[in-house]
Design a protein around this ligand. Structure first.
Ligand code: BGC
Length: 739
């Protein structure tokens, strides 16, 4: 017998409460209807139109043809546009001011992939709150974040903007950001509406090439790509953005199954749907719409409320209504969603921002401290031969490499409003701790001019240790910045290798927007610390980790590949019929004229083998952790049970540190092929040196549910395995059964 569970009450039950507003929903709905009744068709269409800064926004606003603006962050300009809307347009409806506040407004936090590496939803929520406090002070009340796109191919530049490859981690991080942005009360002037994006499947772009087509089954959408959207909506996310891509031939912006059947009817979303930038218009290039008018018809009828920058709505909806191609009721519903949002945010009561106070809170000491804490927690220690790190005995060090003093680039992608002058680089911070010799070696990450390398090598002669900061400039990741090769760019690998010849302890710090293929560089250094573009306080965080004032605790939110040719590669893939069993015959070991089946016929590459460079969830510390006495309370469970997993975690080294303990499960037999492992829980556990803590995970049986062969969300009875470990590739399996 199957155990059926209602979607609403299981997988996401644990992820928290909904943000509220001081004005009750029925009161807001009354106001919406009252206003709607006074609106002309043109005014309704105006609300559905979003225009970017640079255009003459005051004219747009005064005419009533404008519902929202983006890319305008000057509070005086925002107030001017708002005055035009409120004081000059016929009905005085305020505009909604939006911006891509993706990982901080002025105080820049690590890129979202780095935030995910913290496995710390609390620090991520705090970061989002700070972003909201800083952005709303300039008048921005709506951010296009969080990006929830599951990304399993590091060639895709936008892996930087999401939480990586895992659905469970994506849910936790997404919900944390929504709560942080929106606060406890939508109408609070420091609350900023979140926008979950890009709905849906955008991260599955074929070949990791941005905007490319995707082919995702409904089951995979439901099991892998939908959960974070659903969880964030349950947590109160106010808006959603459609994606550029098509899924199975249907561009999301014109897909009524996604926007109406799933989002509205199945999930009960009463927020607002916006297109991505011209994604309605781009349905023409897709070959899905004939022209701009047709694209507007498709988008509106699919369930889009607001058009970002195609201008198809403002230009053609009137005509489409007159021709009977769009129903008036469809427009009314879209406008209801927009007005509801504006009322919820309290824009009618507080349309203006206090220009004098716009910068009062930016870079506040507590904001910088939180950004630093997040950067500390997000750095991942990938290698530490002979415990070279922390550099406690070194007095004089060489700091080198193109990312050592890259104030602009360490902010990463989508740091529109972060100001480079406020950035603390590793070079700046390390100068407080060591006698620093600085010789960059290369001037920027793509630099192929090796002329500076000999000077760096010479400088190494007189120091106790070398810190080489390499990686990617900000422009090499993010939207439309994809790569087919993922090795360090330019002559960075040569710089590391030349320095290694000096025999000095070599510490490599990688500052990048994605997991790069750094296997050859690992062989040329003693220690490697990986920091996804760490933001404003990145340098201080890195200095804290290098000196040992802080201890690394970040874990990989994506699998690290040995070679880009392994992509897409993710730990929780469905089981193959011929899994690799650990015996791989690699290229150079194949005898001449080997028989066709002599290599074993399992799933691996002849050149790179099977495994990744580092698995999901991996990261070292300056101490060691031992997991022991792992037990589950029963061997058989039924519906409604909670599986109690207990374990002892020991800090068996010499420094106090935090470990991210992870809980994985495998469903051994399913009505459809199940993933080899799935993350079901994690916890950051702080332990003093030598301390043992008795810890536990509680896993409701309901959270073993998945969308099965009959497309029902169920827990299928049967045998399961469970692991508690420090990464996705370690630990001993425990068995249990669901009856
Ligand atoms: C991106 C979105 C972003 C929007 C507005 C688009 O190009 O795909 O993620 O929010 O621009 O800037």
């Amino acid at each position: 017998m199957k155990l059926k569970h209602l979607l609403l009450c299981c997988l996401f039950a644990a992820v928290g409460c909904t943000t509220a507003t001081t004005t009750p929903d029925n009161e807001i709905d009354r106001k919406v209807e009252e206003l709607l009744a006074q609106m002309t068709l043109r005014e309704k269409i105006g609300q559905m139109n979003q225009v970017s800064g640079g255009a003459n926004l005051c004219d747009w606003a005064a005419s009533g043809d404008l519902g929202s603006i983006l890319n305008c962050v000057d509070p005086a300009e925002i107030n001017a546009v708002q005055r035009a809307a409120v004081e000059q347009s016929r009905l005085g409806i305020p505009v909604l001011v939006s911006r891509d506040v993706i990982h901080g407004f002025r105080t820049i936090f690590p890129i979202p992939l780095g935030m995910a590496a913290t496995f710390d939803p609390a620090v991520v929520e705090q970061g989002a709150r700070i972003a909201a406090v800083e952005a709303t002070a300039s008048g921005v009340r709506w951010t296009f974040s969080p990006m929830l796109d599951i990304a399993r191919d590091p060639r895709w530049g936008r892996v930087a903007e999401g939480s990586g490859e895992d659905t469970y981690l994506d849910v936790q991080m997404g919900v944390a950001m929504v709560k942080g942005y929106q606060g406890d009360d939508y109408a609070d002037p420091t609350s900023m509406a979140a926008c979950v994006k890009h709905f849906v499947g955008y991260g599955a772009a074929e070949g990791g090439r941005d905007y490319n087509t995707t082919m995702i089954s409904e089951r995979a959408l439901r099991n892998v790509y939908f959960p974070a959207f659903k969880a964030c909506i349950d947590a109160g996310a106010l808006t959603l953005m459609t994606s550029f891509n098509d899924v199975d031939g249907l561009p999301s912006t014109g897909n009524s199954w996604l926007l109406d059947d799933i989002l509205r009817k199945e999930w009960g979303f009463d927020g607002m749907v916006v297109t991505d930038w011209n994604s309605a218009g781009e349905m023409i290039a897709h070959g899905y719409a004939e022209d701009l008018k047709h694209s507007a018809e498709l988008a509106v009828n699919a369930g889009v409320d607001m058009d970002m920058m195609s201008f198809g709505f403002i230009e053609h909806i009137e005509e489409l209504i007159n021709e009977g191609k769009i129903e008036m009721q469809t427009i009314d519903n879209a406008v209801r969603n927009i007005l509801r949002l504006k009322f919820r945010l309290g824009l009618f009561e507080n349309p203006y921002v206090d220009e004098a106070k716009a910068r009062e809170k930016v870079y506040a000491p507590e904001h910088l401290e939180a950004a630093k804490q997040c950067a500390v927690e997000s750095a991942i220690l990938l290698q530490n031969n002979n415990n070279v790190l922390p550099l406690t005995d070194a007095k004089r060090i060489l700091v080198t490499g193109p990312m050592a003093n890259a104030q602009f680039d360490q902010l990463g992608t989508w740091a529109f409003d972060g100001e480079e002058a406020y950035t603390v680089t590793p070079l700046m911070a390390l100068r407080d701790d060591y006698d620093v010799v600085y010789e960059p070696g290369l001037t920027y990450s793509r630099d192929t001019n090796k002329a500076g390398i000999p000077a760096a090598v010479r400088a190494a002669a007189g120091v106790d240790a070398v810190v080489v900061c390499v990686g990617e400039e900000a422009i090499l990741s993010g939207e439309a910045h994809c790569l087919s090769q993922l090795n360090l760019q330019g002559a960075q690998s040569e710089l590391i290798a030349e320095l290694n010849k000096t025999g000095k302890p070599i510490v490599v710090v990688v500052i990048a927007g994605r997991p790069l293929t750094i296997e050859r560089d690992l062989a040329e250094c003693d220690a490697m610390l990986y920091s996804f573009h760490p933001g404003t306080m990145g340098g201080e965080a890195i200095a804290d980790l290098i000196t040992g004032r802080a201890v690394p605790s970040g874990k990989t939110p994506m699998t690290f590949l040995r070679d880009a040719g392994q992509a897409p590669f993710y730990y929780n893939h469905p089981m193959t019929g011929r899994p690799n069993n650990g015996t791989e015959t690699l290229l150079n070991d194949i005898p001449l004229k080997a028989g066709q089946t002599s290599l074993g016929c399992t799933s691996y590459y002849l050149d790179t083998g099977y495994g990744p460079l580092f698995p999901f969830g991996y990261g070292l510390s300056y101490t060691t952790f031992d997991y022991s006495c792992i037990t589950i309370d029963k061997t058989e469970y039924t519906e409604g049970d909670v599986i109690v997993v207990e374990y002892d975690l020991t800090n068996s080294g010499k420094v106090d540190a935090t470990e991210v303990a992870q809980l994985y499960v495998r469903d051994l037999v399913g009505s459809v092929v199940r993933p080899v492992k799935e993350l079901k829980g994690f916890e950051r556990v702080y332990l003093k040196a030598g301390e043992t803590k008795h810890c536990r995970f509680e896993l409701p049986v309901a959270e073993l549910a998945f969308w099965n062969r009959d497309m029902e969300y169920v827990v299928e009875p049967g045998k399961f395995q469970l692991w508690v470990a420090g990464d996705s590739a370690s630990g001993e399996a425990l068995a249990f059964e669901v009856k």
